[in-house]
Write a new protein. Structure first.
Length: 65
C-alpha cells in the first residue's frame, strides 16, 4: 500500500511542477503523510527531478525542516 502512496505523490508533484507555490504545498503534504523511508526515496527523486527545474529547488528546504 505504501508504494502506491509514494507513486501517487510523485505523480502529483510532477503535475503541479509548473507552479513552485503549488509544488511546495504538495511537498509539505507528502512529508506529513509518507513514511520516513519513503521521504528518503522522495528526496532522492526530487534531487533528480529538480535538476531540470531550478525554480523548484527552493522547495527542497521543506525536506530539511
Amino acid at each position: 500500500m505504501s508504494r502506491i502512496m509514494f507513486d501517487y505523490t510523485k505523480s502529483i508533484l510532477e503535475r503541479v511542477s509548473f507552479d513552485p507555490f503549488l509544488f511546495c504545498k504538495e511537498l509539505e503534504k507528502a512529508v506529513r503523510t509518507l513514511l520516513p523511508y519513503e521521504i528518503d526515496q522522495l528526496q532522492e527523486w526530487l534531487f533528480d527531478f529538480t535538476t531540470e527545474k531550478p525554480e523548484l529547488k527552493q522547495c527542497l528546504l521543506i525536506l530539511n525542516s
